[in-house]
Design a protein around this ligand. Structure first.
Ligand code: OFO
Length: 170
C-alpha cells in the first residue's frame, strides 16, 4: 500500500499531467489560429500523451490501495506571440515536470518503496526524451529565424507526429 505522502504527491502529479495536457491543448489551438496545422497536430499529440501519463498514475494509485483526490486543474495561458514562444514555454514546463517527477522518485527511494520507485523510472526516462525532442524543435526554430518557407517545412514535419498510447489497456 502507498504511504500517505506518496499518495499525495502522486495525486498532485495526476493533476500536473492533466494541467500539462490543458496547456498543450491551449497551445495547439493557438498554433491552429496561426495557420500552423502541423504544429497544432504535434501539440495535440503531446496533450494526448500527457492525459495518458496522468491516467496511468491514477490507475497506479488505485492499484496500490490509494485514494484519488482530483485537485482542480489550473486554467492555462491561452494566447502566445509566436511558435518560438510556445516551444520555449513547453521546454520550461517540461523542466518543471522533470523536477516534480524526480521528487516523487526520491521520496519512493527514501521510503524503500521499490515498486513505486520502479514505476517512477518510466517517467524519469520519458522526461529525458521529452526535453530532448522539444530542444530539437527549438534548435530548428532558432536556425529558421524569420524564414517563413523553412517554418512551413518544419510545420510539415510536425504534422507527421502520431499519438501512440504508451500504456495500452491491461
Ligand atoms: Fe507527462 O510527460 Fe512531460 O510532462
Amino acid at each position: 500500500m502507498l504511504s500517505e505522502k506518496l499518495t499525495e504527491v502522486l495525486n498532485n502529479q495526476v493533476n500536473a499531467e492533466y494541467a500539462s495536457a490543458y496547456l498543450y491543448l491551449a497551445m495547439s489551438a493557438a498554433a491552429d489560429g496561426m495557420g500552423l496545422k502541423g504544429t497544432a497536430n504535434w501539440l495535440f499529440a503531446q496533450a494526448q500523451e500527457e492525459m495518458a501519463h496522468g491516467t496511468n498514475i491514477y490507475q497506479y494509485i488505485l492499484e496500490r490501495g490509494g485514494v484519488p483526490t482530483f485537485p482542480a486543474i489550473e486554467k492555462p495561458q491561452a494566447s502566445f506571440t509566436d511558435v518560438s514562444e510556445i516551444f520555449e514555454m513547453v521546454l520550461a514546463h517540461e523542466k518543471k515536470v522533470t523536477k516534480a517527477i524526480n521528487v516523487i522518485a526520491t521520496l519512493a527511494m527514501q521510503e524503500l518503496d521499490h515498486a513505486c520507485y520502479q514505476f517512477m523510472m518510466w517517467y524519469v526516462n520519458e522526461q529525458v526524451e521529452e526535453e530532448a525532442s522539444v530542444s530539437e524543435v527549438l534548435d530548428k526554430l532558432k536556425f529558421i529565424g524569420d524564414n517563413k518557407g523553412m517554418l512551413l517545412a518544419l510545420d510539415n514535419e510536425l504534422a507527421t507526429r502520431v499519438f501512440v498510447n504508451p500504456f495500452p489497456a491491461k
